[in-house]
Ligand binder design. Structure first.
Ligand SMILES: [Zn+2]
Length: 120
């Protein structure tokens, strides 16, 4: 279950981003991450890892939203561009295996949603 390793990197990125928000927010409500299909992340596992790893941190209780990106490629032979399934790296037009990956390897923090308490 490599989601815990990804979760640890993610939580440390979230905490350093959160510490840089000015003025300091009252709470973190939602974190959006982008994960390419080639990362083979099981969303439920990553959500669970995130929940466990954020306990006792300023990010505790925030929701993790995972945006999955498909694997898209460009064919060197015929210049076809399209989506392929994990493990099936063949051009959808001519069947060639000589493909350049365009998307699918992403793994990054996209957005933090924070709340500020209204000044009384
Ligand atoms: Zn092709």
């Amino acid at each position: 279950m490599h989601e815990f390793a990804i979760g640890e990197a993610l939580v440390s990125a979230v905490l350093s981003e959160l510490a840089a928000v000015q003025p300091p927010p009252a709470r973190l409500t939602r974190v959006r991450v982008v994960v390419g299909a080639m990362r083979q992340v099981v969303p439920e596992y990553l959500e669970f890892a995130y929940e466990v790893l954020t306990q006792e941190t300023p990010a505790a209780g925030s929701a993790l939203e995972i945006r999955a990106l498909p694997i898209t490629v460009r064919c060197h032979a015929c210049h076809w561009e399209g989506t392929v399934e994990l493990g099936v790296f063949l051009c959808g037009a001519c069947g060639a295996a000589d493909l350049a990956p365009l998307t699918g390897m992403e793994l990054y923090l996209d957005q933090l949603e924070v709340e500020h308490d209204d000044p009384a």
